[in-house]
Structure formats: structure tokens, C-alpha cells
Design a binder for this molecule. Sequence first.
Ligand SMILES: Nc1nc2c(ncn2[C@@H]2O[C@H](COP(=O)(O)OP(=O)(O)O)[C@@H](O)[C@H]2O)c(=O)[nH]1
Ligand SMILES: [Mg+2]
Length: 385
Amino acid sequence: MIGFGQAGGKIVDKFIEYDELTGSNIVRSAIAVNTAKADLMGLEHIPEDNRVLIGQARVKGHGVGADNELGAEIAEEDIDEVQGAIDNIPVHEIDAFLVVAGLGGGTGSGGSPVLAKHLKRIYTEPVYGLGVLPGSDEGGIYTLNAARSFQTFVREVDNLLVFDNDAWRKTGESVEGGYEEINDEIVRRFGVLFGAGEVGSGDNVAESVVDSSEIINTLSGGGVSTVGYDAEGVETTGSGGLLSRFKGDDDNIESANTTNRITSLVRKAALGRLTLPCEIEGAERALLVVSGPPKHLNRKGIERGRKWLEDQTGSMEVRGGDYPIDEPNVAAAVLLSGVHNVPRIKELQQIAIEAQENIDEIQDESEENLEALVEDDEDELDPLF
Ligand SMILES: Nc1nc2c(ncn2[C@@H]2O[C@H](COP(=O)(O)OP(=O)(O)O)[C@@H](O)[C@H]2O)c(=O)[nH]1
Ligand SMILES: [Mg+2]
């Protein structure tokens, strides 16, 4: 996992924390890359040796502001320094690279597509992006940065997982406090998905395990992905002991409850707020992961949820599995890959096009003005040369 820029670094830092708390083993190695020294120093979990400060010759550790063109230039110039950190990790042990960045700023916005392109050139492992879109209240430059970065990033990675800050903004909250909660949400959602692929044979044996190849297959084919999630509290102790085996009717009722709980969780996950809001119809592939205590998971529920997702998306490629974990809740995470009907992306593309037209217009205008100026000059003044 490579966090590029401030948001990227903070989110990767959180994934490590999540791993430590849950024992998920998602992150084999973590690297943070930044042009701002202070941002790197603010990280808590990424090892100091894996924090790479780039662009020192150009910006002296002070960052690039929101200048993503400078961010991209610096990433290209100093890619060897990033590669130096990657050389220290056992790449043969990883399933994929994940490059994480906020796309509205400068360093991550400009640098993450450059890094993704570099990784694709060197390695055979898939390279995924996790791109965070800015809130619409952040202002025009952030939106424009995101629009341009998004276009490039999605082209360079094998799949771009997207989280839209704008859809998750809460009014009346401090930005920092807001990010704290938002980052928890990001890590919870992607954590369930990625964690499911790490269940080893020594763990609670899942009825139908999701392995990493199923995640990779769901993400293959490229495009943009979004994640839905919902959870419900359950008791981890109580019934389900030895005695309950003799109460046949109760068992049936409980099994029906388990199935119904899972099917409605799947619906709420897919129809509720997605990391990137969109129409789920037309998604090319999907993956359903249901996590929770083993006795609250069953094949029937997952199969029904999976079928329902096939109907709703119209996709023939919907995978599903369970992820047994000792937590007092059952959760459904739905990864929708290759989504097309995404209003926010259309909006970003429109903004990028308009901005480009604006720039062209301003250029044309200034050329015309210059010509007019020169003509005027010819009338009234002696030419300088
Ligand atoms: N979800 C989330 N988004 C963030 C966070 N910090 C910044 N952002 C978003 O990421 C964008 C880029 O900011 P930042 O990462 O500081 O820029 P960079 O350091 O130049 O790459 C901002 O416009 C915000 O939309 C964070 O902690 N969490
Ligand atoms: Mg910042």
C-alpha cells in the first residue's frame, strides 16, 4: 500500500491501525510519499524508513500547495527514490499494489498516476488506485485538480476504487473531525473486502471463502469501483450451544432469521450510500462479502444476496463469500466494479472540459488582445523594434 500525499498517507496509516486492531493482515508493506515533510512526520504507523520525501531540490520539504502539475513533475523526477523504498519490500509476497491519494490536492493528485504508470511498467502484479474525490465546498481548483487527476489515474491503474468526500460530508463539523470519521469509514469498507481475501486455513473456516483471486477477478477489466456496506449488531454468546441442537424448531427459526438478516443487509448495503454514489444497474462485476461470527453466517443467505445482486446489476459476474470474524455484528460489503452511471464523474468531466475551453478562450483572447495591441501600436506609436 502506497499513500501519496497527505490524505493518501493518513489513509494508509489507518489501514495499518485497522490491521493491528482486527488482525486482518491486509497490509504486507506500507510506504508514504510526500513533498511535505510535516505531513510525513505526522504519520503514526508507517515505519519511518518507508516515508519518502520527494522534490526536496524543488520545494525544500514544504509541499506543492494545490499545484498538481508540479506534483506530477516532481513524481517523475524523483521516481527512483520511491522505487528505492519499494525495493526493500518483498514484492513476490503481495497480491497487488494499492496507490492511495486524495485527488483534489497537489502531491497525491499529480503524483499517484505517475507512480501507477511506473509500477505497471516494472511489475506484473495488479496496480489498483484508491482515489478520494474532494468535497464540492473545497473550491474550484480542487475540483479541477480532481477532474484531471481522475482521468489520468483511471487510465493508468487496473481498477480505480473511489471514495467521494462530497457524498460523506456532514454539515457543522470541523474538517479535521470530519476526516477522522470519513477515514474510519473508508478503512472499514475496504478493510472487510481486502481482509476477506486474507483468511488462512488456520482461521475459522469459512463456508465459502473469498480468496484474493476473486477480488482480483472482480477488479479485472478496469474502470471505476464503488463499495456499499451495512452492518447489524448480533450477540456473540448465548444460544447456539450444545442444548440448542436438540431444539429442532428453534434451529429452523434461527436459520431463517440468519438468512433474512443477511439478505436485507445485502440490499441495504447496495441501495444505501456507496463510497461513490451511482446506479448499481449496469455494474460489470460485483463481489459480496458477508462478515461476522460463524454461527450468524450461512450459505443460503449469501447465495440469496448474490442472486439479488445479479438481478439488480444485470451482471453475470457476481461473486460472493463469507468472512468469519469474532465481532458483535454481521456486515455485508458489496464491491461494484465497472460502474458506468456515475453523476459525480460526469460532473467532474464536464468541469474539466469547461475549464479547458476556458483556458483555450483566455489564450485566444489574449492572443487577439495582443494582436489588437500590436495593430494599435502600429497606428500610433513607433514600433519598438
Ligand atoms: N478522506 C480524506 N480526504 C482528505 C484527507 N485530507 C485531505 N483530503 C482530501 O484530499 C484532497 C487532497 O489533499 P491532500 O492530501 O492534503 O493533498 P496533497 O498532500 O497535496 O496530496 C483534499 O482536497 C481533500 O478532499 C483525509 O484525511 N481524508
Ligand atoms: Mg494537505
